[in-house]
Design a protein around this ligand. Structure first.
Ligand code: SF4
Ligand code: SF4
Length: 354
């Protein structure tokens, strides 16, 4: 049976041959994943079901067949438990990405990650740096919003009364998951975290579930209690971004056409490019496809978590071409479109007139 499932429609590599996403291949401790042009190859025999690739994938294109992070999330949220350990509750802790950590940190009064088993783990070299990075980033966000940070402890010795990993996987067997699996929106509503209007809005957005969960929980927070908003540098935040488009942009439209979440969008006349920070999953595909290199990252303001706005990144004059009459993006000079200009130059060259 396959251990890892690739949802091709979510994988950024399938959106464009220019995608440079290799996060899953880079973290896999057993080289069970290979990123190729416009595709990803999974070698099931080499996969050890650690879940590290599931944690790093920006668009939830990978799923373990024997463990479901969303089911875990809702079960954990409803339980009194406040410790997550790889041996008792979860697969490798690197599978729990920053968005889930922040969401849990916002809801749970206290949360501890037990890293007691990491130092002796065979896959620590690939996975522990990611666990460390995720916790540091989640804590940086939680602290900036005035929430308690997630504790990291070596609890291995104290937790030997918990079910073994095998027992745990029995609890989360495929059959069990299938029986207990509810659809995502029902789970959210059931958990009492959101009202139905908010749920409806979030459902409409084409976002990975982990982002929907985070937005849902952020929406329930009393923002009057937040004392400060902070600016994070682009490097400090891995799961979303703020962007800037410079004047070299020629409005080719490729960035918002490939964007998997519609974080980048345009108006009906194609005269403006908009950006919505919290819709962005930082897959960097828009950067990869932009031939002119016009898109750049800028500091992220944590105010966006609560007052997300759609920003106009750039606007253009759209006028009719004096030659052929089609609408085009006018950036100064003669009022003729690129195609007419090229045809004119070709003709001049042919007649030796340029
Ligand atoms: S990390 Fe996800 S989006 Fe990126 S190549 Fe791997 S499966 Fe595709
Ligand atoms: S705007 Fe964000 S989500 Fe959209 S392509 Fe760019 S990095 Fe990816």
């Amino acid at each position: 049976m396959n251990k890892l499932r690739l949802i091709e429609g979510n994988c950024i590599r399938y959106y464009s041959k220019f995608s440079s996403c290799k996060l899953c291949e880079n973290i896999c401790p057993t080289r069970a994943i290979e990123c190729k042009v416009s595709k990803v190859e999974i070698y099931q025999d080499d996969c050890i079901s650690c879940g590290a690739c599931v944690g790093v994938c920006p668009n939830e294109a990978l799923e373990l067949t024997n463990f479901n992070v969303i089911d875990f999330f809702f079960d954990f949220l409803k339980s009194d438990a406040d410790v997550i350990s790889c041996k008792t509750d979860f697969v490798c802790l690197s599978g729990l990405n920053v968005e889930y950590l922040i969401a849990l940190g916002l809801v749970k009064k206290a949360l501890t990650l037990d890293i007691g088993y990491c130092s002796e783990c065979n896959i620590k070299e690939s996975c522990f740096p990611q666990i460390d990075k995720n916790i540091a980033e989640a804590n940086r966000v939680l602290k900036s919003l005035g929430f308690r940070e997630i504790k990291v402890e070596n609890l291995k010795a104290k937790r030997d009364k918990q079910p073994s990993r095998r027992e745990f996987f029995n609890i989360f067997s495929v059959k069990n998951i299938a029986r207990r699996k509810r659809n995502f929106e029902e789970s959210l509503e059931e958990s009492g975290q959101i009202d139905s209007e908010v749920a409806k809005k979030i459902r409409e957005k084409k976002l990975p579930n982990k982002r929907k969960i985070l937005l849902t929980i952020l929406n329930k927070i009393d923002k009057s209690k937040i004392q400060n908003y902070e600016l994070f540098s682009a490097d400090e935040i891995s799961f979303t971004s703020s962007k800037y488009i410079d004047d070299s942009c020629d409005n080719c439209s490729i960035c918002y056409r490939v964007c998997p979440t519609s974080a980048l969008s345009s108006d009906i006349k194609f005269s403006k490019i908009y950006f919505d920070d919290l819709m962005c999953i930082k897959c960097k595909l828009c950067h990869d496809v932009c031939e002119k290199g016009s898109i750049d990252l800028v500091n992220f303001d944590t105010r966006e978590f609560f007052e997300s706005t759609q920003k106009e990144l750039i606007s253009f004059d759209i006028i009719r071409c004096n030659e052929c009459g089609i609408f085009f993006t006018y950036k100064g000079g003669e009022k003729i479109c690129q195609r007419c200009k090229q045809e004119e130059e070709g003709a001049l060259e042919l007649w030796g007139l340029n």
